[in-house]
Design a protein around this ligand. Structure first.
Ligand code: 5AD
Ligand code: SF4
Length: 482
């Protein structure tokens, strides 16, 4: 009987992708992926360290498994990912029933590590060596790539995929644990990415999202030429079957004109830019070591909108960063007010051990002030998101139907017609009644209503023969694929 593995995932899209790759890799090694802890012989947590809350959640879930482990000591419990790299051996001290701790730079070894654990060698620690004093090359060698050959026919859902184009991060943002847990930046060769996307397309994948911590800094030198993200997009655009290409997360300093022009000129590339600002105050941005000013960020927004007028732009903000005054915060409010983001993710600053900010600056903004600023910014962004979404009422949008909507489950549903959800090229979520058989297809939806997070609509009857749509003189027009 195959060994059964349960994988629980928290964190960003990169982590979601790692879990998918782990599941596929283990499946190829004779494991069966199951949906509950009780059924599983191996229980894996793929973890995040970006805020303390994410870590506490995992420690609490681990705590709840203590009893199960006492009952079934042969079950293997593993902690993977960012928290594994950050806390290392300390995890065994905090949760003695954990058998395996594997960092993001050691995931490729997982089948072998699980075999050792099953043979009785426990606990096992597999993390990348890390020291403040190590040079980039040494660190890079310690963070092994994890891009195992995946079987595209096993993709769930079959029509959408994340594709890693780079791992790690070379930035030095003072609040951020990512470079410490995922190591220095490493870009994948364009041929390898092209090959992966082609295989996904052959298996029926329609939409790929290219992933990197600072995806727009992608560059690969080969044969005297440097391939940047704009070149990679052109290359992937040629792949037949792929209808949409997205990329996240962008850094403001790498939003080059050639990238903007590529998004403008390549119809399959969705006109969306997730480009975190983090703060609207230059004093705070300097302390965060973001490497730009708010004036630079504003100028970048203007350049995006000039080149790609239909662009939807989203952002991240941290409120209550060390030393953030009321005046600093008001400058963030001002930026959010002006920028008219499609939406923005707002986080309360959480000091991360091992980061420069945690070492250098006291976490001096009280929790109630962080909460108030978070709430105020969210309220403002919600108002803007709603106003921006309302502009779609009466328009037709192209939607890739993703599945039944959680939102719709409470609504009365007939057998065949349910509330479905899908996404526009500009990444707006659209909910509409329709047949389950539409999942995985492109359809035109006429928008009839809007909330800050969702567009509501009705299915138009004509099918779609288009690759994308563009905003022209206030209307979304289809761009016919060649
Ligand atoms: N505290 C709070 N938020 C953080 N982020 C990154 N590090 C921290 C931290 N220490 C936020 C940033 C980033 C997003 C993924 O998480 O806004 O863009
Ligand atoms: Fe993703 Fe960063 Fe969390 Fe790691 S720490 S899972 S890279 S968000």
């Amino acid at each position: 009987m195959p060994k059964r593995v349960y994988i629980y995932t928290v964190g960003c899209q990169m982590n979601q992708l790692d879990s998918q790759l782990v599941a596929d890799l283990l499946d190829q090694h004779g494991y069966q992926v199951v949906g509950s802890v009780r059924q599983a012989d191996v229980i894996l947590f793929n973890t995040c360290s970006v805020r303390q809350h994410a870590e506490e959640k995992i420690y609490s879930l681990l705590g709840r498994l203590k009893h199960l482990k006492r009952q079934y000591p042969e079950k293997i419990i593993g902690v993977l990912g960012c928290m594994a790299q950050k806390d290392g051996e300390a995890i065994f001290r905090r949760a003695a029933h954990v058998d395996l701790v594997v960092g993001p730079g050691r995931l490729a070894r997982l089948p072998e590590l699980l075999a050792q654990a099953a043979a009785g060698t426990r606990p096992l620690l597999a993390i990348s060596p890390w020291s403040e004093r190590s040079d980039r090359q040494t660190l890079l060698a310690g963070f092994e790539p994890f891009d195992p050959p995946r079987r595209p026919q096993h993709l769930q859902p079959p029509f959408q995929a994340y594709v890693r184009i780079m791992s790690g991060c070379n930035k030095v943002c003072s609040y951020c644990v990512v470079p410490r847990v995922r190591g220095p930046e490493r870009c994948r060769p364009p041929e390898e990415i092209h090959e992966e996307v082609s295989r996904l397309a052959d298996a029926g994948c329609l939409e790929v999202t290219l992933l990197g911590q600072t995806v727009n800094s992608y560059q690969y030198r080969s044969g005297g030429r440097t391939i940047r993200l704009a070149d990679l997009l052109s290359l992937l655009h040629q792949i037949e079957g792929i209808r949409r290409i997205r990329f996240v997360t962008n850094h403001p300093r790498h939003m080059s004109d050639d990238l903007l022009q590529a998004v403008r000129d390549l119809p399959k590339v969705c006109p969306c830019f997730h480009v975190p600002a983090q703060s609207g105050s230059n004093t705070v941005l300097r302390r965060m070591q973001r490497g730009y000013t708010v004036e630079f960020y504003r100028e970048m927004l203007a350049r995006i909108r000039q080149t790609v007028p239909e662009a939807s732009i989203t952002s991240d903000f941290i409120v209550g960063f060390c030393g953030e005054t009321e005046e600093d915060f008001q400058q963030t409010v001002q930026l959010v007010e002006e920028a008219r983001f499609k939406n923005a993710y707002i986080f309360k600053y959480s000091p991360r051990p091992g980061t420069k900010a945690a070492e250098l600056y006291p976490d001096d903004v009280p929790l109630d002030v962080k909460r108030r600023r978070n709430h105020q910014l969210l309220q403002l962004q919600n108002r803007i998101s709603l106003e921006e979404n309302q502009k779609f009422i009466g328009r037709q949008v192209e939607v890739l139907v993703e599945g039944p909507s959680k939102f719709g489950q409470k609504a009365p549903q007939t057998q065949s017609s349910v509330q479905l959800t899908g996404r526009t090229p500009c990444e707006r979520i659209v909910v509409f009644p329709g047949d389950r058989g539409l999942v995985g297809q492109f359809h035109w939806i006429r928008i009839t209503g809007a909330t800050p997070t969702t567009l509501l609509g009705q299915l138009e009857q004509h099918p779609i023969e288009v690759a994308s749509c563009r905003l022209e003189r206030g209307n979304w027009l289809p761009v016919i694929s060649q």
